[in-house]
Design a protein around this ligand. Sequence first.
Ligand code: BTN
Length: 268
Amino acid sequence: MNMVAPEAGSDRPDLPPAYRLVALDSVDSTNEHAKALAEEGAEDGTLIWALEQTSGRGRMGRDWSSPPGNLYCSLVLRPDCDLATAAELGFVAALGVGDALGQLVPPMTELHFKWPNDVLLEGRKVCGILLEASASSEGALDYVILGVGLNIASRPPSDQVRAEPISLYEVGCGPDVTPVSVLSSFSRHFLVWVNRWLDDGFAPVRSAWLNRAKGVGEEISVTCGTGGETLQGVFSDLDPHGALVLDVPGRGFVTVTAGEVYFPAQAE
Ligand code: BTN
């Protein structure tokens, strides 16, 4: 007879003392909830985590499907920097996710970053990051909400527009890999990278991200902004704040600060 082992671990994540957890069964969007708390003065390190979201949102005004079984969390951050510099936190978070997944997924699983802030396993999207910032009219940053959605038990169906999704279970993670274990690991690795960023700036983050980025030196397409012009060229670099530098034939180097990257379809 098959015995089913009880799920390992507790139902609360093990977080570094830098974070204060607000755990919810269900919420419209952890980013929205974090924003409301930040407006009321929630301190840096307030971490909202929900088992499901009823109106999860992604970049470019898209929905983020959020059934139970996956990770949905948002951190309130109050770094002492300007808006452009705060955008670097998306890359810091991607590195935290990458290091956490490196310890959770089977060895040899391919892990890459996709500009600006996606994390891919086996070339498919496992994690999306949504940064939302609030600044005064003079441009001084008040807070940043860093939202992380990570497919563990399930993933949305592919829609031909976004990067093909994948879940941790699909790459062979077992039932011990849960939202609690992933959040515990992410929070530790993110803290290491955010401290590195605070101490040494974007340079080490940029080079670690570029080391595992998909498509650098290769031909890609980029739709600029939300549904703007689509450019084709070689993904040449990240600029000092994380904008994508594209070498476009006939135009030279074009710097893209927001948009969606598409990789050419691989030959079968
Ligand atoms: C993307 O489009 O790739 C970003 C997706 C971000 C989804 C997460 S889930 C937790 C947090 N709350 C939200 O409503 N969105 C982010």
